[in-house]
Design a protein around this ligand. Structure first.
Ligand SMILES: Nc1ncnc2c1ncn2[C@@H]1O[C@H](COP(=O)(O)OP(=O)(O)OP(=O)(O)O)[C@@H](O)[C@H]1O
Ligand SMILES: [Mg+2]
Length: 504
């Protein structure tokens, strides 16, 4: 770390209609450091990044790069000046190939023609840096979201930048991929990069950061040397009161005692699909949480999608509430009282242009049938209720959901399914991108519903979270179910061993 900041914000103010997103914020980023920006959902982290990188113009204040005032009109201008940014919502083109994504806007040419050979070999080299090997000519959407994110990072590291900004890059990566990414970040830091990182994972913050800037309610709360800031203090600075740190100590999220040996709500027998998932048996009881553990690509999401009818099974049978049913489409599943919060909120979840109210009532309306309209006042009451209950930070229920911070969008999705009063919920990474405070609130709420008889299929990359909340855990590996174990009785270590395959 040297004496002069490479990138600096001085008194940055930025308002959107109805929100003061940034209130005279100062921020400094030095060469050779990894600096983490922390704060609750809606605190202004992404907005600050957007101002620094030319996505938004600021209302007042100054941005300096290498000591000189700059005003980037577009992210491309910031990129040209040596600032590479991986935004919170992946900004790649799913239909282009991996290599096209890495080189979009800056393709090397030979004699006026795009030099595909160079593009492909340089993309492979950039991915190799991250220990990823893929067919770079395939279209990006052929790969799961975590791999797509690796591609975005490869784009960032394949140019000669001085500043690298990553807004929640790890929220869809599993442990080994996070470790890999961190290795890369440390290497880049050694070579003098200034790295700005946003995450909600406290452990990751401490594993990687030299310094931490805390934001709260659009203000900079403070800047700290990571090793001098104990985790409880960090949390209370983020949430603005001391109670939360107490709460963290005795983590409230523990699975309620299993209610009964009630017959399963869902029984899947030998359900699979060639090329997607080997046949699995899965039971989920009312009032119980079945956790799915496994590495990325082990078949967790595939299992969920088969159950929800989003993928059509070619073998097996499903019983719901004791009766054989055919779940050929999500519509069938919703009709049976099954809700699904998908992992990729942008692609499968939110409709950015619709309001929060419209996004929340979507599943409820679909379940009632479109001809039985709820009425504006009723819709509004439901939306306001969930905005309050889940602490969704928005100026109003009529705000387009696309304008909410990432974590708040995730909460709206959860509200959508809770509003249908489902009998079973499939939660695929439900707390991804959600701040510590809200995470406990959301899990508490889910557990309370579970105690009232809701059946839950819970998927998370965080093994600790799966172990803590699940009554039983199905462990998946290579798109097969390899074990099923009682949740509370198990240690994380044991689950890790099952996942890794050395406990059989
Ligand atoms: N384009 C926009 N139009 C209107 N309001 C916006 C826009 N972008 C952000 N906001 C609002 O500004 C505030 C700060 O949002 P921001 O996205 O910076 O939060 P964040 O700290 O990144 O949160 P998260 O952890 O959920 O990603 C929020 O209240 C959000 O709704
Ligand atoms: Mg954000």
């Amino acid at each position: 770390m040297t004496d002069a900041p490479i990138l600096e914000a001085i008194g940055i103010t930025k308002s959107f209609p109805g929100v003061n997103a940034l209130k005279s914020v100062d921020f400094r980023l030095f060469p050779g450091e990894i600096h983490t920006l922390m704060g609750q959902n809606g605190a202004g982290k992404s907005t600050l990044i957007n101002v620094l990188t030319g996505v938004h113009a600021h209302d007042a204040g100054e941005v300096r790069l290498g000591g000189e005032p700059v005003q980037f009109a577009t992210p491309l201008e910031a990129e040209a000046a040596g600032i590479q940014t991986l935004y919170q919502e992946i900004n790649l083109c799913p239909n282009l190939s991996v290599a096209e994504n890495v080189f979009a806007g800056r393709q090397p040419k030979r004699r006026g023609m795009i030099d595909w050979k160079t593009i492909h070999s340089r993309t492979e080299a950039a991915l190799a840096e991250l220990n990823v090997s893929l067919d770079v000519t395939k279209s990006l959407d052929a790969y799961p979201i975590a791999v797509q994110q690796m591609v975005a990072i490869a784009r960032a590291v394949s140019v000669d930048a001085r500043v690298l900004i990553l807004d929640e890059p790890t929220s869809s990566l599993d442990d080994s991929e996070v470790a890999r990414l961190f290795d890369v970040l440390r290497k880049l830091k050694q070579s003098g990069y200034a790295i700005l990182f946003v995450t909600h994972f406290l452990e990751q913050t401490y594993a990687i950061s030299d310094r931490i800037t805390v934001m709260r309610n659009g203000e900079r709360e403070g800047e700290y040397v990571a090793k001098d800031l104990p985790v409880e203090r960090l949390v209370s600075k983020m949430v603005g009161h001391e109670r939360m740190s107490e709460r963290l100590k005795h983590a409230a999220t523990e699975a309620p005692v299993s209610k009964s040996e009630a017959p399963p709500f869902v029984e899947m027998r030998g359900v699979g699909r060639r090329g997607l998932m080997s046949p699995v048996d899965i039971d989920v009881q009312p009032g119980q949480i079945l956790g799915l553990a496994g590495l990325l690509g082990s078949g967790r999401t595939e299992t969920a999608r088969l159950l929800f009818g989003a993928e059509r099974a070619d073998t097996g049978t499903v019983n719901v509430a004791g009766k054989p049913v055919k779940l050929g489409s999500p519509r069938d599943a919703v009709h049976q009282g099954i809700g699904y919060c998908p992992e990729d909120r942008k692609k499968e979840g939110i409709i950015a242009a619709l309001s929060i109210r419209e996004n929340i009532i979507l599943a409820l309306q679909a379940r009632r049938g479109w001809w039985r309209v709820l009425g504006r006042a009723k819709e509004r009451a439901i939306a306001d209720d969930y905005i309050a209950k889940l602490g969704i930070k928005a100026s109003d229920a009529e705000q387009p959901i696309g304008l909410l911070s990432g974590g708040n969008q995730q909460k709206v999705l959860l509200a959508r399914w809770l509003a249908t009063d489902p009998k079973m919920l499939i939660l695929d990474e439900p707390t991804r991108g959600i701040d510590v405070g809200a995470k406990f609130e959301i899990m508490d709420r889910v557990l309370a519903l579970c105690a009232k008889g809701l059946a839950i299929l819970f998927i998370s990359s965080e093994v600790s979270e799966v172990v803590r909340v699940s009554h039983r855990i199905a462990v998946l590996r290579d798109r097969r179910k390899v074990a099923e174990v009682a949740g509370n009785a198990l240690s994380e270590d044991q689950v890790y061993r099952l996942i890794a395959g050395d406990a059989e």
